[in-house]
Write a protein that binds this ligand. Structure first.
Ligand code: OAD
Length: 227
């Protein structure tokens, strides 16, 4: 089986009703990214950060995967599919994808604020005073700006091994994730789905100026034929 590696971003979940990060003047649900997604934000105001992710987590109970997530899951019949997502939602898994690497963490997990290896399943709100086994406050299991991206090495391996690399719904503004495009082989077919084609992907990319669901519906049969 050929290997199909996917790099997904907020745009793939937009049609499920989850807001993207950079389509609203750099504000994420009316907060600056530094306020809610950085160690500095956490030091300044833990309540605000916890409440922000509590709201995102509550919303996640309400939303469903869309056709783009579902078609990617369906492709496992034809390819060795590896998803690398920058998203913290679980919509790829809910759609049935079996190999999903969450580069930026997961909303349905928490960890000790002193030890990111002490990880817990977290379906409900995190409150001030909720503690990990080491006695430290629980925090969302999210990679914030300025923090290490521990799964990057594994992601780079999946990019290198890809016969087809599909980039879907990401602005490629955030590194090191965006750098994965540099890791693909010369023979790898690079496909991009994004309604905004103003970013420079280089000459070799096949760019589909479509939303995630429309783009995946067009691409699905072509990918099946190439398998
Ligand atoms: P962005 O918000 O930066 O980019 C979303 C992309 O999705 C844009 O390029 C849009 O054009 C595209 N888009 C919008 N609607 C779409 C649709 N219906 N179908 C397909 N594409 C659509 O989100 P990311 O690139 O995911 O990190 O952002 C990367 C990281 O920055 C996130 O993981 C997050 C953020 O700050 C952390 O929280 C650590």
């Amino acid at each position: 089986m050929k290997k199909l590696t996917i790099l997904s971003g907020a745009g793939i979940s937009a049609e499920s009703g989850i807001q993207t990060f950079r389509d609203s003047n750099g504000l994420w649900e009316n907060h600056s990214v530094t306020e809610v997604a950085s160690p500095q934000g956490w030091r300044n105001n833990r309540e605000l950060v916890l409440e922000f992710y509590n709201q995102r987590r509550r919303q996640l109970h309400e939303v469903e995967p869309n056709d783009a997530h579902k078609l990617l899951a369906e492709l496992e019949k034809y390819y060795e599919v590896q998803i690398i997502t920058q998203n913290i939602d679980d919509l790829h898994e809910k759609a049935g994808s079996s190999k999903v690497l969450h580069l930026h963490g997961e909303l349905f997990k928490s960890c000790s604020c002193n030890n990111k290896n002490l990880i817990y399943e977290q379906k409900e709100d995190i409150k001030i005073g909720d503690k990990a086994a080491d006695g430290a406050q629980l925090r969302p299991f999210i990679v914030w700006f300025g923090e290490d991206v521990p799964l990057m090495k594994e992601a780079a391996r999946h990019a290198k091994e890809a016969d087809i690399f599909l980039v879907i719904g990401t602005s490629l503004q955030v590194y090191p994730a965006a750098g994965l495009l540099q890791d693909i082989k010369d023979t790898c077919l690079l496909i991009v789905i994004n309604p905004d084609d103003s970013m420079g992907y280089g000459k070799r990319a096949v760019v589909m100026k479509e939303t995630a669901t429309t783009g995946m519906k067009i691409l699905f049969d072509k990918l099946v034929n190439m398998a």
